[in-house]
Design a protein around this ligand. Structure first.
Ligand code: PBG
Length: 334
């Protein structure tokens, strides 16, 4: 018997438009979705009482006092948001960033408030020192350079403080070598063998973190972060970072910023079987919001196009300040 031809008639063009003809057909064959269950909503938590304060460059994003978190947790649960990533604004700064691992610090207090109000919410905490050190660097500085191993030891303490307060997942973002291994060892030592690690594995030194640093007050007082964050010209090195974090015991791997790392997501998807996350960062969010406010792009369509591309490239999870907007857009329907 003659084999069935793979295409139509010889010489006839492949008609890809057949499946684009109606909305029903397009929906039927769409390959990628931005499901709410895959989104992680970042929350900034500040010391003190009173009302939430807006972050000027990030419309819709606020710095919340701990007292506001139970109501926020309830609202997120109602909206269908399943996971949050917590960032603390330190109560005070010192050379070592010691407030970062205080058991009564801002992040442990926030974790307890969220978990009391919404036990099923997945609570992830950012593990870094930059909101707590006097110079705003991500680690302990020694004569103008960030010292690797002393920083890892302190990051272990931070992770234990967050895990002890009830965090499900800790997410080290300082880009120290060996930070995942140090944190895993510290967690195990403290009996926190169940706490998972989401490694900011491939994190480039980027121009897109500015609005975040405004929210956190964490711009470095001298120099920049290029001595520890990766050079964005390097993709093979990014895969070495991911290999290292996977070998050190990371449970999930993350790339950041998202839209400048789509190639890395695609490569990592083929290479690793761990869940992959992408962080659509503050500058990426702020640019879209600003462009939409200026009438340059339609916000919902533009944001969903970008988030879908991040999923298509290979991300299982997306950390995004748009999470609540996406929830609203899905409620409103297409
Ligand atoms: C802490 C940290 C930063 C971000 C996440 N964790 C800032 C930085 O590295 O300077 C950026 C997130 C964003 O821009 O949304 N080190």
């Amino acid at each position: 018997m003659a084999p069935v031809p793979a295409r139509g008639l010889p010489g006839a063009p492949t008609r890809l438009r057949r499946l684009r003809r109606t909305a029903a057909l397009r929906e039927w064959v769409a390959e990628t979705d931005v499901e709410l269950r895959r989104l992680v909503y970042p929350i900034f938590v500040r010391p003190g009482a009173g009302a939430a304060e807006p972050v000027p460059s990030m419309p819709g994003i606020e710095r919340h006092p701990v007292s506001a978190l139970p109501a926020l947790a309830g609202a997120l649960a109602d909206e269908g948001i399943r996971a949050v990533l917590l960032f603390g604004v330190g109560r005070h700064r010192d050379a070592e960033g010691s407030d970062a691992w205080a058991p009564d610090g801002i992040v442990p207090a926030a974790v307890r408030a969220l978990k009391d109000a919404a036990p099923d919410l997945v609570v992830v905490t950012d593990v870094c020192l930059c909101a707590y050190t006097s110079d705003g660097h991500c680690g302990v500085s020694d004569r103008g350079a960030v010292a690797n191993d002393p920083t890892c030891e302190r990051l272990g303490r931070v992770a234990v403080a967050h895990a002890t307060a009830g965090a499900d997942v800790v997410a080290p973002s300082a880009m120290m070598d060996g930070q995942v291994a140090a944190i895993r060892a510290a967690l195990n030592e403290a009996g926190r063998t169940e706490t998972a690690i989401l490694a900011y594995a491939s994190k480039h030194a980027s121009a897109f973190y500015g609005p975040f640093r405004e929210a956190e007050g964490s711009a470095p007082a001298f120099g920049d972060r290029r001595g520890y964050q990766m050079d964005y010209r390097n993709g093979r090195e990014a895969l070495r970072e991911m290999e290292a974090d996977a070998a050190e015991g990371a449970d999930l791997l993350m790339v950041k910023p998202a839209t400048t790392s789509l190639d890395l997501l695609a490569r990592a998807r083929r290479r690793f079987d761990l869940p992959l996350a992408a962080y659509h960062v503050s500058g990426e969010y702020a640019m879209l919001k600003a462009a939409a406010a200026a009438g340059i792009v339609p916000e919902r369509a533009a944001a969903l196009e970008v988030l879908t591309a991040i999923r298509r490239a290979g991300a299982d999870l997306i950390v995004t300040y748009f999470a609540r907007d996406v929830a609203r857009w899905q409620r409103e329907g297409r």
